[in-house]
Ligand binder design. Structure first.
Ligand code: GLA
Length: 367
């Protein structure tokens, strides 16, 4: 094979936010918006990258010469190639042409979509035989080392493993996962993009992660065997972290969210979407008040739909500080919902709202 075209999607997350790097549970799904890459072998050792959407390109003169570049879009790709080089030997150089319709900064994992498309595509084209979980981990490491976000595994997992009309419950402690049909019945998943792309997203993400780790350190003074918030109860938290309000609040949110995600999964299994939706509102309250990763625009959109009989669940989604809310909206009320919220949002913030109606699609695959 000389050339391959692959695609890898962005993701939504129904519930289980900021739990992945705490060994908790997440419930994501892959969506219709995706990155597409064509990778072609070269006769020489060079790597040529082209971003179709940006009309930009980059030539790397040798596989031996991979480092962080000033073009940010290229770093997601270079970061993945670097991980491959650590594991396998490329017999030749290659050209990559990439494009994506995952909105950037909307909390839909546009970067994971690119990383996963590259990881999946290189593995297929060069027949490296690396399994999908390992590919997701390669993509995650690219994000750590080349984008500076100490992210968990959720986004890359969802982009690799997504399945049409299924949500995935991933246990981030042992990486076991189960697929569930998402029986949305009369409801649609509607995302409302605030248009806010907060510059704090990377630094504050890492600060939240550090607060959870500090909480664990405090707990380990009494319970040395505990390694993550997955195994911490509120009683243990009260006992060990009571004097550190900042860490206490962050850990409390995570402990509650891990429990809530399990309970929400049970709601899905018993087809109780109403109970599921109520937990989404509870997650939002925790993310906003305790974990402090929301922003006024996200809070506005969630409070604006609370009490609306056509909306059974809503919350901010993803890392936070901007991006989208995810809403479960009665199908026949979706148009009206979008119209009302768009006007309301503009009146309140002066900003333009962008809605997306989501369909749940396959993860990374060859086109
Ligand atoms: C970002 C990260 C994920 C996850 C979410 C929050 O999307 O990349 O690993 O931590 O934030 O749930």
């Amino acid at each position: 094979m000389q050339s391959i075209t692959v695609t890898a999607p962005g993701r939504i997350n129904l519930i289980g936010e900021h739990t992945d790097y705490n060994n908790g549970f997440v419930l994501p799904a892959a969506i219709q918006m995706a990155a597409t890459a064509t990778i072609t072998k070269r006769a020489d050792d060079e790597i040529h990258l082209t971003a179709n959407d940006l009309n930009d390109s980059l030539i790397i003169d040798s596989i031996a010469n991979l480092r962080i570049n000033e073009k940010q879009w290229a770093n997601y790709i270079i970061g993945v190639i670097v991980q491959f080089v650590k594991k396998r030997k490329f017999p030749t150089g290659f050209d990559i042409r990439i494009s994506s319709n995952v909105p950037i900064g909307a909390g839909l994992s546009s970067s994971a979509a690119i990383e996963c498309a590259i990881a999946f595509g290189l593995n297929e084209l060069f027949e490296f035989g690396i399994d999908k979980m390992e590919l997701a981990l390669i993509a995650q490491k690219a994000e750590h080392d080349f984008a500076g976000v100490q992210c968990g595994i959720m986004d890359q997992f969802a982009s690799m493993f997504g399945r049409k009309n299924k949500v995935m419950l991933l246990d981030c402690q042992n990486r076991e996962y189960r697929y569930f049909p998402f029986e949305r019945g009369d409801y649609q998943i509607v995302l409302l993009d605030t248009g806010i792309k907060h510059s704090l997203a990377i630094s504050e993400y890492n600060v939240r992660k550090a607060a959870c780790e500090k909480g664990i350190e405090l707990i380990q003074e009494k319970y040395p065997a505990i390694e993550s918030l997955r195994n911490v109860t509120i009683a243990i938290l009260n006992e060990c972290v009571d004097d550190h309000l900042e860490e206490y609040n962050k850990c409390k949110y995570v402990i509650e969210e891990i429990e809530r995600t399990q309970a929400a999964t049970a709601d899905l299994e018993s087809n109780n979407l109403i109970a599921f939706g109520q937990k989404m509102f509870a997650t939002h309250a925790g993310l906003s008040k305790l974990y402090e990763v929301s922003c006024p625009e996200l809070d506005f959109l969630v409070s604006a739909v609370e009490g609306n009989e056509n909306v059974i669940g809503a919350r901010m989604m993803g890392g936070g500080f901007g991006g989208c809310t995810i809403n479960l909206v009665k199908s026949d009320a979706v148009n009206e919902f979008i119209e009302q919220l768009t006007v309301h949002y503009h009146t309140h913030t002066g900003k333009q709202l962008t809605p997306y109606i989501v369909s749940i699609e396959e993860g990374a695959h060859i086109l």
